[in-house]
Design a protein around this ligand. Structure first.
Ligand code: ADP
Length: 415
C-alpha cells in the first residue's frame, strides 16, 4: 500500500512531462510549418493550425488574400495606364537623366522610326539626328525646363512636321511628347498664301485704275478718244475685281453652307443647254460648241452649285481654245455613275501642272489666264462643288491638242 502511495506522484509527474512534451512538440511542428510557409508564402499551401495557431494562420491567410487582391488591382491599373499611353495619338518617351530612352509608346516609334525593343538604353540624340532636335536637347540639358521645337521628318507618305516638347519629370527623368502637326502647318501655310494671293490679285487692278485716275488729275487731262480708252481700261479692271470678289464669295459660301440637298433634283440636260447658249455668246462665233450626248437622268443636288461648276469648265474650254476649235459637252451615265464632261481642242495642259490645277490661284500661264478674264479660282470652285456632291474631277490633257474635264458623281445621286 505504501509502495503504491509513493508511485502516484511519480506517475503524475511522468504524465505531466509527456503531456508537456507532446504540447511542445505540437507547438514546434506548427512553428516549423509557419517558418516553411513563410519561405514560400502561397495561399494554397498555408498550414492548417490548431488552437491559437489556427487563428494566426487564418489571419495570415486573410492578409495574404488582401495582398494578392491589391497586387492584382495594381497590376490592372498599371496595364490600363500602359494601354492608355499606347493608345494616345501623341508620341510619349520616358528618358533618364542622361536622356537615354527608358520606354516609348507606339506613336513615338512611328514618329521617329524607332523600335520599342531595340532602342531603349540608347541616347535619344543619337536616334533623332535632326539639327533642330540636337539644338533642343542641348538647350534642355543646359536648362532642364519645358522646351519645344518643330522637326521635319521623313514619313511613309512624304515629309511630316512634328511638334516635340521636352518636359522635366520626376527624379531627373524627362518626358518627350511628340505630336504630328503636318495638317495644321499645311492649313496655316495655305491660309497665309491665300491672303497674300487675294491681296495681290486685288491690288493689281486697283494700281492700274489709280494710275489712270492720276492721268486725269493733271493740268492736261486726257480728252476725246484717249479719255474714252482710259475709261474703258479702268472699267475692265473694275470688272476683274468684281469677278474676283464674286468667286471669293462663292468659295466662302461653299465652305460655310450646309451640304447640298439630296432630295432636290436638277435637270442637267436643261442646265447644260442653257450653259451652251452662254458659251456661244462668250465664244462670239469663234468655236464650234456641240453636245455629244445629253441623258435625261437628273442629279440630286444644288442647281446653283452645279451651274457654277459646269459653267466654269465650259467657259474655261472657250477661253483656252483658240478660234476655230471645237468644244464637246456630254452628260451620260457611265457604269451607273452620272458623268458630265467637257472636251476641247485647245492649248492643253502639261502633265506636271494637272495635279495642282484645282489649287486656288494656280495658273499654268498667268499672263494668258488673266488676259482671258480668269480669276484663278474657277477650278477650286469646281473641286469644292464636286466634293460636296460626293463626286470627283478627272483631267486628261495633251499639250497643243486639247483637254477633257470629267465630273463623276456617285450612283446614288442619279435619279
Ligand atoms: P483661271 O481663272 O485662271 O482660268 P481656273 O481655276 O479656272 O483659273 O483654271 C486654272 C488654270 O488651269 C488656268 O489658269 C489654266 O492655266 C488651266 N486651265 C483650265 N482649264 C483649261 C483648259 N480647258 N485648257 C487648258 N488649260 C486650262
Amino acid at each position: 500500500m505504501s509502495g503504491e502511495t509513493t508511485l502516484w506522484p511519480l506517475l503524475l509527474l511522468a504524465a505531466l512531462v509527456i503531456a508537456l512534451g507532446a504540447a511542445l512538440a505540437g507547438q514546434i511542428r506548427q512553428r516549423n510549418a509557419l517558418r516553411d510557409w513563410l519561405a514560400a508564402p502561397e495561399l494554397q499551401t498555408i498550414p492548417d493550425g490548431s488552437g491559437a495557431w489556427r487563428e494566426i494562420f487564418s489571419r495570415l491567410q486573410a492578409l495574404r488574400k488582401q495582398e494578392r487582391r491589391q497586387q492584382f488591382e495594381l497590376g490592372n491599373a498599371l496595364e490600363r495606364f500602359r494601354l492608355t499611353i499606347q493608345a494616345l495619338p501623341a508620341g510619349v518617351m520616358l528618358l533618364d537623366g542622361q536622356l537615354r530612352i527608358v520606354w516609348l509608346n507606339d506613336a513615338a516609334c512611328r514618329h521617329f522610326a524607332l523600335d520599342a525593343a531595340r532602342d531603349p538604353g540608347t541616347l535619344v540624340s543619337q536616334l533623332i539626328r535632326q539639327s533642330e532636335f540636337q539644338q533642343l536637347a542641348a538647350a534642355y540639358r543646359a536648362h532642364p525646363s519645358r522646351q519645344s521645337a518643330q522637326l521635319r521628318v521623313a514619313g511613309n507618305d512624304g515629309e511630316r512636321v512634328l511638334s516635340v516638347i521636352l518636359i522635366p519629370f520626376s527624379e531627373g527623368e524627362t518626358l518627350l511628347v511628340s505630336t504630328d502637326v503636318t495638317e495644321q502647318v499645311r492649313t496655316e501655310t495655305i491660309r497665309r498664301d491665300f491672303i497674300a494671293n487675294v491681296s495681290h490679285e486685288l491690288r493689281t487692278p486697283l494700281t492700274v485704275i489709280s494710275g489712270f485716275l492720276e492721268q486725269f488729275d493733271t493740268a492736261t487731262p486726257p480728252t476725246g478718244e484717249a479719255a474714252r480708252a482710259f475709261i474703258r481700261l479702268m472699267a475692265e479692271q473694275a470688272e476683274r475685281m468684281k469677278r474676283l470678289i464674286a468667286d471669293l464669295l462663292t468659295l466662302s459660301r461653299l465652305e460655310n453652307s450646309e451640304l447640298p440637298p439630296s432630295d432636290e433634283t436638277v435637270d442637267i440636260a436643261a442646265l447644260v443647254a442653257a450653259l451652251r447658249t452662254e458659251a456661244l455668246a462668250l465664244s462670239a462665233g469663234q468655236h464650234t460648241i456641240e453636245t455629244a450626248e445629253l441623258s435625261d437622268a437628273k442629279l440630286r443636288g444644288s442647281a446653283d452649285e452645279l451651274r457654277s461648276a459646269f459653267g466654269n469648265l465650259i467657259f474655261n474650254a472657250v477661253r483656252y481654245t483658240p478660234a476655230g476649235g471645237r468644244i464637246t459637252l456630254a452628260w451620260r451615265i457611265v457604269d451607273g455613275q452620272p458623268t458630265f464632261s467637257v472636251t476641247d481642242t485647245g492649248i492643253g495642259i502639261a502633265a506636271e501642272h494637272i495635279p495642282r490645277l484645282t489649287e486656288r490661284f494656280y495658273r499654268v500661264d498667268k499672263g494668258r489666264a488673266t488676259a482671258s478674264g480668269g480669276t484663278g479660282l474657277g477650278l477650286a470652285i469646281v473641286k469644292h462643288v464636286l466634293a460636296r456632291h460626293g463626286g470627283r474631277l478627272e483631267i486628261t490633257s495633251v499639250p497643243g491638242r486639247g483637254s477633257t474635264f470629267t465630273c463623276r458623281f456617285p450612283v446614288e445621286r442619279s435619279v
